[in-house]
Design a protein around this ligand. Structure first.
Ligand code: 9Z3
Length: 326
């Protein structure tokens, strides 16, 4: 998967990365304008209130294969990691910008799914006709939902969560630049927590067939372009003072080790959270400052994301105090 992305390797690529993003930005201008209008006042309000602010990216990106797209190149991710992490960051007092793939898991609301999955017998229209009664089958699930509803209500009232849904890899990368630049105002109080699963490849917009590709003309050949690498832009240009936490997903443990270490050294990432596709719910490895630490899911009641967020918040505390000691 893409390095959401890495440092541009050669001189002169900086300008070309920005040019590619500018081109995409003009294609998603309405969406981006809305992001801009919402994110700037949000960040200013949080900085004014003296809060730490996190950007959490979540879910998979999608790249269209046609102009009027019926087919897409999509990245696997349920959004569970990102959505859960938002909740734990909020519990630590952070304000959060949640840039997530529409339709993937949402912070707090993921716990309400018990209602939509409930059998008809568990749902009844109340006597007043204006509300629903829900009889839970699973007590623990119900309690988690009640807590989530209360916390969701509190974070809406406190205006500490800004949720921005995206669809395509173009929206994601342009949105990432926009939000990161806005977060620069928070200096070292900002965290970039990049758990979205980002496509490595896309078909350039001017090479997309305008209409649905015919299936009766034999094999179709696709030429995929690599997605520009953005970690270097984030680190050195867009939000240089923020704590930068990137995620790495691989299917081979040796490759994971090599690529996670490379992201630290080559791109100046503060922490890499490494995981393997099939064990990502059981364990992650944290790589930071030449050290490695394995976090395991060891208690039924505690999500692994709570432990990841604890480690990130501790690292962020050190990051903030190193800044004030300068
Ligand atoms: C991750 O590694 C996330 O932990 C998962 C979470 C996507 C595995 P779920 O959403 O899964 O809970 O189902 N995210 C980063 C994936 C990615 O694309 N990483 C890039 C890479 O590996 C770096 S940005 O090259």
């Amino acid at each position: 998967m893409g390095e959401c992305g890495g440092e541009e390797g050669r001189d002169g690529e900086h300008a070309s990365v920005e040019r590619v993003l500018d081109e995409w930005a003009s294609c998603v201008s309405e969406w981006l304008q809305e992001v801009r209008e919402r994110v700037l006042p949000f960040v200013q309000a949080q900085v004014g209130a003296g809060r730490r602010v996190a950007l959490v990216t979540s879910g998979g990106t999608r790249a269209p294969l046609e102009g009027n797209a019926v087919r897409f190149l999509d990245n696997f991710s349920t959004g569970q990691r990102g959505a859960a992490s938002v909740e734990y960051l909020m519990a630590h007092g952070y304000a959060v910008v949640f840039l997530y793939r529409s339709g993937s898991a949402e912070a707090y609301q993921r716990h309400f799914a018990a209602i939509t999955r409930a059998p008809a017998a568990a749902l009844q229209v109340a006597d007043d006709g204006a509300s629903l009664q829900y009889t839970p089958a699973d007590r623990k699930e119900y309690q988690r939902m009640v807590v989530a509803i209360e916390r969701y209500g509190a974070c809406v009232a406190e205006r500490r969560l800004l949720a921005l849904p995206f669809e395509t890899v173009f929206e994601y990368l342009c949105g990432l630049r926009e939000v990161a630049r806005a977060l620069a105002a928070a200096g070292r109080s900002a965290v970039l927590y990049l758990s979205a699963a980002v496509s490595d490849f896309y078909v350039p917009l001017d090479r997309l067939p305008p209409h649905k590709m015919a299936s009766d003309g034999g094999p179709v050949q696709l030429q995929l372009q690599p997605v520009p690498k953005l970690l270097g832009r984030l680190r050195h240009h867009w939000a240089p003072q923020a704590l930068l936490v990137s995620f790495k997903l691989e299917t081979d443990a040796a490759v994971l080790q090599a690529r996670a270490t490379r992201a630290l050294h080559r791109y100046g990432v503060d922490m890499v959270v490494g995981n393997l596709l099939h064990t990502r719910r059981q364990a992650v490895t944290l790589y930071s400052g030449g050290k490695q630490r394995i976090l395991e899911h060891d208690a039924e009641e505690t999500e692994l994301e709570a432990r990841i967020v604890d480690a990130v918040v501790a690292a962020h505390g050190r990051h903030v105090s190193q800044g004030s000691a300068r």
